[in-house]
Design a protein around this ligand. Structure first.
Ligand SMILES: [Zn+2]
Length: 466
């Protein structure tokens, strides 16, 4: 039940010190994308301290740390200044053993409260850390420090590009700078009004080719945190959700984003009584709002923005300021270059008709194509995605039929009552004037009926696209 979603979640003040490790190693399993759930510092003006152990191990290391600090200061997102007093510092640089001898360095976040301290430890037991710019056999310490400072400031790892600063795997003799991805992540956690821009350059960019769907809990969908440390709830066990999961949040100005390469992007979400208004940005351009409120629950409601031009883009879904305080935004999936039906007739068996829930087929010579799909389970739904300006939806009226909510492109259109005293095949309801581009019609079984009906069945016979 959606209403069991918690209204408040653990955060803000942790009762005792909790140590979170983030380590830089050769290979680390995927865990998060860019903005981590470590939480940012409350302040943007921070102090750091270089411990004696760093000077003692290698006299060249303190200046390499300072170089990394200067690069983060140059972003103007944060301002780090050095202190000679350990107790004054928010971030401590140390040289010492790390949790594993394979690590280059590790960042421990000391989350005694929402405002935390970070200890960055460079592995002194390795002899291959140093000036990677002039010595290709060395892992470059300024690069390692830029990366670990990213963690300390609240960033996780990225899987977009192995050349990006927050890749889990740095390489010998390779210099990693603060790139657009890391900067986006840091602005995301420190600047609530920052709107993401599409990234330029780079290679090995992760993207979906035709029709690829990314679940809300994929590494490529950034629901790890919101501004001011607000945490998305990653929820599973929903049989009608994509991959059984949805993620949701109701903190002010919470956001989710997804980088992709393609010509269109489809945002799928859940409509429900505890859902509210989200504003969508693509490549930093305001695309308007999506209102996910509905008195009933509708799964995998989809809206597509198409004609973006093949290339790199970023979609950002942000909780809108008009959203009432108790209403969530949610994300179920993003689909890049969704498959679409063209003009013409498409039976309910079309691959573009997606069954959500427990639909069954009923064969009859009276039906278009010789069969219909039917369900009487509330919250079951069927979606059909097409390109055209108008769609006709054909169904059967009968004595045991109930009501369905019809939603197109995330906007509720009407409640369709399929009841009639006598069976009437191939009844039609028309939705003209949709405008060019990709559209999705969503038919959701309400489990409701008028009193004369003997059942709550909804059926789907054929779609005709114009
Ligand atoms: Zn790392």
């Amino acid at each position: 039940m959606l209403k069991q979603h918690p209204v408040t979640r653990r955060r803000t003040v942790l009762p005792i010190a909790i140590t979170i490790f983030c380590v830089l190693v050769y290979i680390l399993p995927a865990e998060s994308f860019t903005a981590s759930n470590y939480g940012p510092f409350e302040e943007k003006t921070l102090k750091y301290y270089i411990h004696d152990s760093v000077y003692d191990h290698d006299s060249a290391w303190p200046d390499m740390i300072r170089t990394a600090v200067i690069h983060w200061n140059n972003t103007k997102i944060v301002n780090l200044s050095e202190t000679s007093f350990f107790e004054d510092a928010d971030i401590h640089f140390l040289a010492g053993p790390t949790s594993s001898p394979t690590y280059l360095a590790q960042t421990n976040s000391l989350a005694a409260t929402y405002t935390y301290l970070a200890d960055i430890t460079i592995n002194k037991d390795r002899d291959d850390i140093g000036d990677g710019y002039n010595d290709p056999t060395k892992y470059d310490l300024p690069s390692i420090m830029r990366h670990e400072l990213g963690h300390a400031l609240g960033l996780g790892h990225t899987w977009l590009n192995t050349d990006y600063l927050m890749t889990p795997t740095l390489r010998r003799g390779h210099i990693f700078f603060i790139d657009q991805d890391a900067e986006d992540g840091a602005r995301y956690v420190y600047e609530p009004n920052y709107t993401l821009k599409v990234q330029e350059g780079g290679n090995d960019y992760h993207y979906g080719s035709g029709g690829h769907t990314y679940d809300d809990q994929s590494n490529y969908v950034a629901t790890n945190t919101g501004p001011n440390g607000a945490v998305w709830t990653h929820s599973s066990g929903w049989s009608r959700a994509h991959a059984g999961t949805v993620s949701f949040i109701n903190n002010y100005q919470s956001r989710v984003w997804h980088h992709f390469k393609g010509d269109s992007i489809t945002y799928a979400f859940t409509m429900a009584w505890n859902r509210g208004v989200a504003r969508v940005f693509i490549d930093g351009v305001d695309m308007g709002v999506v209102d996910a409120y509905a008195p009933d629950v509708r799964w995998q409601v989809a809206r597509t923005w198409s004609g973006l031009g093949n290339g790199r883009h970023v979609i950002e879904v942000r909780r809108d300021s008009s959203n009432p305080g108790d209403k969530y935004i949610d994300v179920d999936s993003f689909t890049v270059n969704i498959d679409t039906a063209d003009t013409g007739a498409h039976e309910e068996t079309s691959p573009n008709a997606k069954k959500i829930g427990h639909w069954k087929r009923f064969a009859s010579n009276e039906a278009s194509g010789g069969s219909v799909l039917y369900s009487n389970q509330a919250q079951d739904a069927l979606t059909f995605t097409f390109i055209g300006d108008k769609i006709d939806f054909y169904y059967t009226k009968a004595y045991n039929r109930g009501k369905a909510a019809i939603t197109i492109d995330g906007v509720y259109r009407l409640t369709l009552d399929q009841y009639s005293e006598n069976i009437q095949w191939q009844q039609k309801i028309s939705f003209p004037g949709l405008g060019s581009g990709v559209h999705t019609i969503h038919i959701s079984v309400l489990g409701e009926k008028q009193s004369a009906s003997s059942g709550t069945y909804i059926d789907v016979d054929v779609f005709k696209v114009y």
